[in-house]
Every structure is written in C-alpha cells, then in structure tokens.
Design a protein around this ligand. Structure first.
Ligand code: CP3
Length: 347
C-alpha cells in the first residue's frame, strides 16, 4: 500500500480531513514560478527543460505541503509531439497551425512522440526521486476532444464553431482524429506511469461545449477507451476524469470500470454531487478559483460548506478549475489550513 494520503483516499480509505492539491498549483501566481519562467522565452521549451519543470513542480509542494504534486507540462505537448506546429504567444495563449482538412491528419504521426516527450518523462523521474514519499505525483493529458478543439480551432475559441461543425458534419473523419488522439494519449500516459507517476488526470476542459449525445461519443467514450487501454498496461493506476462544465451529464462519467475519481467543476452543487455521484465514485473539486482571489470570510465559508457536504465521503479537495494568476499566494496557504483544520460535524 502506498504511503500517500491521496492514493489511500482514492483506494477507499477515510481520514479525518481529505487530501488537497490544486489544478494549476504551479503557475504565475507564485513569484518563484515567475522567476524560473523568466529564464526561457518559449513556453514549450520551458516544458521540455527537465530541471526547470522539476523545480516549478516542487515549488507549491515546498510552500504548501500539498498531498499531491502534478508534473509541470501542458496538454498541448501532445499535438506538438504529433508534428503539428504549436507555440504560445505572450498574453495570447496557445496557437497551433490549424488542421483544416482530413488530409492534414496524414501529417500527424505517433512515431516521434516518445522521443519528443522524453524530457517530460525525465522530469517525472527526477521529480519522483525528489518528492517526499507521502506526496503523490500525478501525470496528465488532455482528453481527445479538448485536444481536437485546439488542433482544429488553431488556439482558444469563443464558440468552437470550427471543431463542432467538423464533428457534426463529418463524424467519420472526426472519429479518425479522435482515434489517433486516443492512441497518442495512451502512449503518453503509459510512458508517464513507467517514469514514476502514481495516478493520472484526463482534462476534458471543453467537454461542456457539446450537447449530451455528442458528449457521449466525443468526450466520454474516448476517455473510457483511454482508461481501459492504460489499465490493460498498468492495472493499478488510478485515473481521474475531469469533464469540465458538463452539468448533470456528469452522471454519465460515474464509470468505476474506467475512472477512480471524478473531478467536478464549479457549476455542480456540492450537495447534489454528494447525493448523485459520490456514493458511486470518489469526487474531487469543486471550489470556485475566484474564491481564492477573494480570500477572507468568503473563502472560509465556501471551503467549509464544500467540506461539510463532501468531506464525509470519498473526496479529494481541489478547485473546480485551475488557480488563476491574480491569486494572492497567502490565500492558498489559508485554504490549506481551512481544509486541514476542518472538523466534521455530525451529518
Ligand atoms: O500545475 C499544474 O496544474 C501543472 C501544469 C499545467 C499547465 N497546463 C501549465 C501551464 C497543466 C495541468 C495544464 C493543463 C492545460 N493546459 C489545460 C487543461 C486545464 C485547463 O486549464 O482547463 C489546458 C486547456 C491547457 C492549454 C493552455 N496552456 C492554455 C489555454 C494556456 C494559456 C492560458 C494561460 O493560463 O496562460 C496554457 C499555458 C500554461 N500552461 C501556463 C501554465 C502555468 C501559463 C503560461 C506561462 O507561464 O507563460
């Protein structure tokens, strides 16, 4: 049995207070992150420099003692490794040379992925060796639909009209892209497990733009296929699913055959989730990241409310989405204190 409170919780054990880590816990809100980030102009080059990736992965662990570290990388290393031109523009976010035609898929190849992403796996080996044994190390990947969004839109989008039009009008060719991404993500996650991660999270950040029927085909099914294929290679590896902004369709993601933890965003009520989801699957979430910006009594009340609703069951404390850059670091320290000092009431 692992030494970590996070892994023991995922395996069904209960503690007086839940484990805590935060999505985007390494990032621009930390001055020590900005200092390392300033040494490399290209964000992808930063991700591919193991010493720097290790350092910024460890920073939030040193500062806050979270129960899990998440390897510093990005979901867009997968399209980059498949051969699609990918870069980050200062203040604008990710840019990709958009796929506009099924013929463009022919340019993508899984063959180079292990070599191209070797620095990520090296960073994982070094991080695992440097982390205390009670801290779990998480790997991650973007889910196929979210990757397809960036690959077809060529970056972020307001309405995701290009990717959705393609998926609705040409489901056969869209399905070929999803199949390619399922295989690439399985390779990437499997290599992360070989390098030493203790669990993995699949980020389907844009799942919520799809209607329910399409959500089943293009978000849930590919994620289930990835989890099954990964577990065929690594039977014990816990998988966290994060289908963001899907509302009550989160019910579809209660799939203990595939997922060990369901990460819920801010839009789901903790009370509803405790009744409808938690009896069947360990939950993670769901504090509004802006509560961490607000701090003070609002943070205290909301974190305690979530703990009172979800802390009695199988639960990992987290946010409903990532830490935002304007978050005061002291508010994160306060949140960790609130979670670790929480006293379960007789519910
Ligand atoms: O601490 C961690 O959570 C680990 C590192 C991590 C990053 N990105 C680092 C990063 C993780 C898990 C991600 C996942 C990721 N990347 C997602 C899924 C989660 C989500 O937010 O929905 C998505 C959609 C991306 C794509 C991406 N990367 C965008 C849209 C951006 C630009 C927006 C922004 O915040 O700048 C990035 C850049 C990025 N990835 C940064 C970090 C810390 C900031 C860039 C910088 O420091 O220059």
């Amino acid at each position: 049995m692992s030494e970590s409170k996070f892994l023991k919780t995922v395996a069904g054990q209960r503690f007086a207070t839940p484990p805590i880590w935060l999505m985007r816990q390494a990032g621009r809100y930390l001055p020590e992150y900005r200092a390392v980030r300033a040494t490399t102009s290209s964000f992808l080059e930063f991700c591919y420099t193991p010493d720097k990736a290790v350092e910024v992965t460890l920073q939030p662990i040193r500062r806050y003692g979270f129960d899990a570290a998440i390897i510093f990388s990005d979901i867009l290393v997968v399209p980059d490794a498949l051969g699609q031109r990918t870069w980050f523009e200062q203040g604008e976010g990710p840019k990709l040379e958009a796929l506009t035609d099924p013929a463009d898929f022919g340019k993508l190849s899984r063959g180079r992925l292990p070599e191209k992403l070797a620095p990520v796996y090296e960073a994982i080996r070094l991080t695992r060796a440097a982390l205390p044994k009670e801290t779990a190390l998480l790997g991650f990947a973007g889910a196929p639909f979210t990757l397809a969004c960036y690959m077809i839109e060529g970056g972020s989008s307001k309405d995701f009209a290009k990717v959705k039009t393609w998926a609705y009008s040409h489901p056969e060719s869209f399905g070929l892209l999803i199949d390619l991404l399922v295989d690439a993500v399985v390779d990437h996650l499997s290599a992360q497990v070989d390098a030493g991660v203790d669990a993995v999270q699949l980020f389907d950040s844009w799942a919520g733009v799809l209607p329910e029927e399409q959500l089943f085909s293009w978000s849930l099914q590919p994620m289930v296929r990835i989890a099954h294929a990964l577990k065929a290679r690594h039977p014990k590896i816990p998988v966290i699913a994060f289908p963001r902004a899907v509302g009550p369709a989160a019910l579809m993601y209660r799939r203990p055959d595939a997922f060990d933890v369901l990460s819920i965003d801010t839009s789901l009520g903790a009370h509803w989730a405790s009744r409808e989801l938690q009896p069947q699957i360990c939950l993670q979430g769901n504090l509004d990241p802006i509560m961490l910006v607000a701090g003070g009594p609002a943070l205290e009340r909301e974190a305690t409310r979530i703990l009172d609703k979800l802390g009695h069951g199988s639960f990992v404390f987290n946010l409903g989405h990532g830490v935002v850059p304007q978050t005061p670091p002291d508010n994160v320290a306060r949140l960790v204190e609130i979670v670790r000092n929480w006293k379960p009431s007789a519910a």
